[in-house]
Design a protein around this ligand. Structure first.
Ligand SMILES: Nc1ncnc2c1ncn2[C@@H]1O[C@H](COP(=O)(O)OP(=O)(O)OP(=O)(O)O)[C@@H](O)[C@H]1O
Ligand SMILES: [Mg+2]
Length: 151
């Protein structure tokens, strides 16, 4: 998809929240400033999260709870030691009641759970390109509902 402005991004994010269910892992790829955080923030806003939604650049992860879901927002840009992942217990966060939105997954290659949906964002003129790919059956179900929501 082409997202000419942030309003378009918000629409795509709101549609995802409507169809979101537990047990999904999303990877977000794209250069600095592509809009990964902007997108995840809008999903959380659509979920009804009030107050500041900060980029977890230094904390690595922020947790939000809504509608019986645990919504984890990761930014692994400053993640350097794979063993940190194991020792931090991040692994335990992934279960059927949780959704993980992971920015910079390539920084923690080999220790992350596999993605159900891969989102790739990039600069495109004054806007952004947005590309979502399903990598599991569960991811495909979500992607189909998400797309229907946008139709
Ligand atoms: N169509 C668009 N979609 C998303 N963001 C847009 C769009 N147009 C402009 N922007 C702007 O682009 C910026 C995206 O910044 P954001 O922090 O979301 O990037 P990021 O991909 O998370 O970068 P980082 O790798 O540093 O975490 C914001 O300032 C946002 O307002
Ligand atoms: Mg970001």
């Amino acid at each position: 998809m082409h997202l000419p402005d942030e309003a378009a991004l918000h629409g795509v994010a709101a549609a995802l929240w409507k169809v979101l269910s537990g047990g999904l892992v999303f990877y977000f790829q794209g250069p600095v400033g592509a809009g990964k955080t902007a997108f995840i923030r809008q999903v959380l806003r659509s979920a009804g999260i009030k107050g500041a939604i900060r980029s977890p650049t230094y904390t690595l992860v922020e947790l939000y709870t809504q509608s019986n879901l645990y919504l984890y927002h990761y930014d692994l840009y400053r993640f350097f030691d794979p063993f940190e992942w194991v020792s931090s217990g991040f692994d335990e966060f992934f279960n059927n009641a949780s959704v993980a939105f992971i920015e910079w997954p390539e920084k923690a290659q080999g220790v992350l759970p596999p993605a159900d949906i891969l989102v790739a964002m990039d600069y495109a003129g004054d806007g952004r390109s947005f590309n979502a790919t399903a990598l599991s059956q569960k991811g495909l179900q979500c992607l189909i509902s998400w797309k229907n929501e946008l139709a």
